[in-house]
Design a protein around this ligand. Structure first.
Ligand code: URA
Length: 241
C-alpha cells in the first residue's frame, strides 16, 4: 500500500490509479534490466573536453555565460548553466532550456519543470537535492532542432559538470538529450530499461521520457514511474541501503 504522502506526489504527476500500479512496479527487479556491462561505446566523434578539464565551478559557469561557440549564442537571452546540489547523487540531463528557462537563467522552471519536480518528489527527492542541467545550454530558436554540431560544442561543459558533481547516477530525459550524450540515434524506447554508462565518466546512466513528452502523452507516465523506481533502487544500492 502506498502512504498518503506518496499518493499526493504521484497524484501531482497526474497518475490516477496509483495503488494498483504501485503493486505492479514494486516487483520490478534490477536484474530484469540489461547488465551494466552492456554499455554503449564512446563514438570517435566525442569531444575530449581537455579544454574544460581543469575549470572549477566559477570558471566553468563564466565560460558558459560567455559562450559563443555556436549560433545559438545569437538568439538566446542568456545561457542556462544548471541548478541544484553540486554534490548530488542524482544528476539530471534535459535537452535544452525552454523560453521560461532562457528568461530566468534556470533549467526546468516552466510547466515542464513542475512535472519534473513532481517526478522527483514521487521518489522522495526535492529539486534542490539533485543537480539539473541540459545537454545544450542555450534556448534553440522556435522550430529549430539543435544539430549534432551544436550539441558537440556544448559537450565539454556537460562533461565538466559531471566530473565536478561526481554523481552516483545520471538520468537523461528525452530522446534528443540521450542522443547528444551517448552519440547515438537509437530510439528512446529501445534505450529505456537499459543500464548504460556516460561515456566520459563511466557513471551509470538511465534514460526515460522527457516531461514535455509526458504532458502530451500522459499514458507514458506509468513507464516513467517504473524508470524512476529503478533509479531509486540504483541510488539506494550505491548508498548501501
Ligand atoms: N527546460 C529545460 O531546462 N530543459 C528541457 O529539456 C526542457 C525544458
Amino acid at each position: 500500500m502506498i502512504d498518503n504522502r506518496r499518493y499526493e506526489y504521484l497524484h501531482a504527476m497526474g497518475i490516477p490509479v496509483w495503488q494498483q500500479r504501485d503493486r505492479q512496479v514494486e516487483s520490478v527487479s534490477l536484474q530484469a534490466f540489461t547488465p551494466l556491462e552492456k554499455t554503449i561505446p564512446l563514438s570517435s566523434g566525442a569531444m575530449t573536453d581537455s579544454d574544460f578539464g581543469l575549470l572549477d565551478w566559477p570558471a566553468l559557469e563564466q565560460r558558459v555565460a560567455q559562450c559563443q561557440l555556436c549560433g545559438l549564442a545569437q538568439t538566446r537571452t542568456q545561457s542556462v548553466f544548471g541548478v541544484g546540489d553540486r554534490q548530488a547523487e542524482l544528476f539530471i540531463i534535459g535537452e535544452a532550456p525552454g523560453v521560461d528557462d532562457d528568461q530566468q537563467g534556470e533549467p526546468f522552471v516552466g510547466l515542464t519543470g513542475q512535472l519534473l519536480n513532481a517526478m522527483l518528489q514521487a521518489i522522495g527527492l526535492q529539486r534542490r537535492q539533485v543537480y539539473i542541467t541540459n545537454s545544450l545550454k542555450c534556448l534553440p530558436p522556435r522550430q529549430h532542432v539543435p544539430s549534432a554540431e551544436e550539441a558537440r560544442q556544448c559537450q565539454g561543459y556537460l562533461s565538466r559538470q559531471i566530473a565536478l558533481v561526481q554523481p552516483k547516477l545520471i538520468l537523461v530525459l528525452g530522446q534528443h538529450a540521450v542522443h547528444h550524450v551517448l552519440h547515438i540515434d537509437t530510439p528512446l524506447a529501445a534505450l529505456r530499461g537499459q543500464r548504460l554508462t556516460e561515456p566520459q565518466s563511466g557513471i551509470p546512466l538511465l534514460v526515460t521520457y522527457h516531461p514535455d513528452y509526458l504532458l502530451k502523452s500522459p499514458a507514458e507516465k506509468a513507464a516513467v514511474w517504473v524508470d524512476l523506481l529503478v533509479a531509486k533502487k540504483m541510488l539506494q544500492a550505491k548508498a548501501g541501503v
